[in-house]
Design a protein around this ligand. Structure first.
Ligand code: SAH
Length: 346
């Protein structure tokens, strides 16, 4: 089932067949510049609007809507037309408004500490299903303007490559978002990183590193068995070379696992050679992974240790923990949701 956001301008014009060009423009502007629901594009006659609403029902049905951080973080669980569920989070900051989108319903990467990984894979999302998440969040954030999109919700964006690139292109070309404000986060699908480098997009690449020795990384991020650190390094180097943009490494600090002095030295070396930026994330608790996150003192010491070794590092401010909307928690606990997320046989 197509979303109206799957269409490019020519396809919309074709769909609107007999309509004059200025009508196509009006619908296009309503959709992309103003981010309106089809039903609210009041510049076009009611009959046309109703026809469009009928042709392109919204891809997202709200199944749950929760707010935390005193209104600064809001999460939706959306049910898609086939019953699959995904989650989207919008975060309001002083200087930006960021939406965290899902690129797949569920995820097949199976990272041990991630709630989505624990729940398994359901299906790929379409371009329209991802763009609709962005537009939904943009409407909810108004009058603030949505400035950033991060592909850090459910799913592995580079395992849904054409859709991820399609969404980025549309947000850049049609929505006029700065590519730098679009962040694709990956477990490290090395060949896809190299392919993405060649797309000519100045987007931000985040790699979920979490360990800089293969033994530990194999445990945390099973895809490391296929693309071990050395292979991943080659891809990151290529990214830096081709795009002139630094890679950002994500590192969820886990007590006794990747917050030791040795882990710190390994990370400093791996990141230092690439001049990468390191983003430390306090581990968020998930039901299927019983190891604790590092203490706040250890997080600070780890950050200071990296800085002392010349690494560019920040600690991510955790949002949405209390509503299970923090990184890696997105498959949790909405009533009836767990059932919907579980892989069905297809
Ligand atoms: N599949 C992509 C994007 C989704 S996950 C990826 O792995 O990058 C977004 C980020 O949240 C990743 O860095 C992921 O490692 C991190 N994450 C997953 N589970 C987490 C948890 N329990 N606590 C903190 N961060 C977590």
């Amino acid at each position: 089932m197509a979303s109206v956001y799957d269409l490019d301008f020519a396809e919309l014009a074709t769909h609107l067949g007999g309509q004059p060009r200025y009508r196509v423009d009006q619908v296009w502007r309503g959709l992309w510049d103003e981010g309106r629901d089809l039903a609210d594009i009041t510049t076009v006659p009611k009959a046309l609007r109703s026809q469009l609403v009928e042709d392109f029902p919204s891809a997202l049905e709200v199944a749950n809507d929760v707010t935390s951080d005193r209104g600064a973080t809001r999460k939706w669980v959306f049910r898609l037309h086939d019953g699959a569920t995904i989650e989207t989070v919008v975060m309001l900051y002083a200087d930006r408004v960021t939406v965290c989108v899902s690129s797949q319903a569920g995820c097949a990467m199976n990272c041990s500490f991630c709630a989505t990984g624990q729940a398994g894979f359901t299906r790929q999302l379409s371009v329209g299903e991802v763009v609709e998440q962005v537009m939904f969040a943009a409407r909810a954030a108004a009058p603030r303007r949505l400035t950033n999109v991060v592909f850090m919700g459910m799913g592995e964006p580079l395992a849904n490559y054409p859709v991820t690139v399609g969404v980025v292109r549309r947000l850049h070309d049609y929505r006029k978002m700065s590519a730098r404000h679009l962040t694709v986060s990956t477990v490290g699908v090395a060949p896809a990183i190299e392919r993405l480098a060649d797309e000519g997009l100045s987007l931000t690449l985040a790699v979920s590193l979490h360990a800089a020795n293969d033994e530990t990384r194999n445990e945390l991020v099973p895809l490391n068995r296929r693309y071990p650190l050395e292979r991943l390094y080659v891809a990151c180097e290529r990214w830096l070379e081709v795009t002139s943009r630094r890679v950002s490494f994500e590192w969820a600090l886990i007590d006794g696992v990747n917050d030791t002095d040795q882990a710190l030295r390994e990370l400093a070396q791996y990141a230092g050679d690439l001049r990468a930026h390191v983003n430390l994330i306090p581990l968020n608790p998930t039901p299927g992974y019983l190891v604790r996150g590092s203490t706040p003192e250890r997080v600070r010491a780890f950050r200071d240790g990296l800085e002392a070794l010349g690494v560019n590092v920040t600690v991510r401010n955790t949002r949405g923990r209390s509503i299970d909307a923090a990184c890696g928690q997105l498959a949790a606990v909405t009533n009836g949701h767990r059932r919907a997320v579980t892989v069905r046989s297809r």
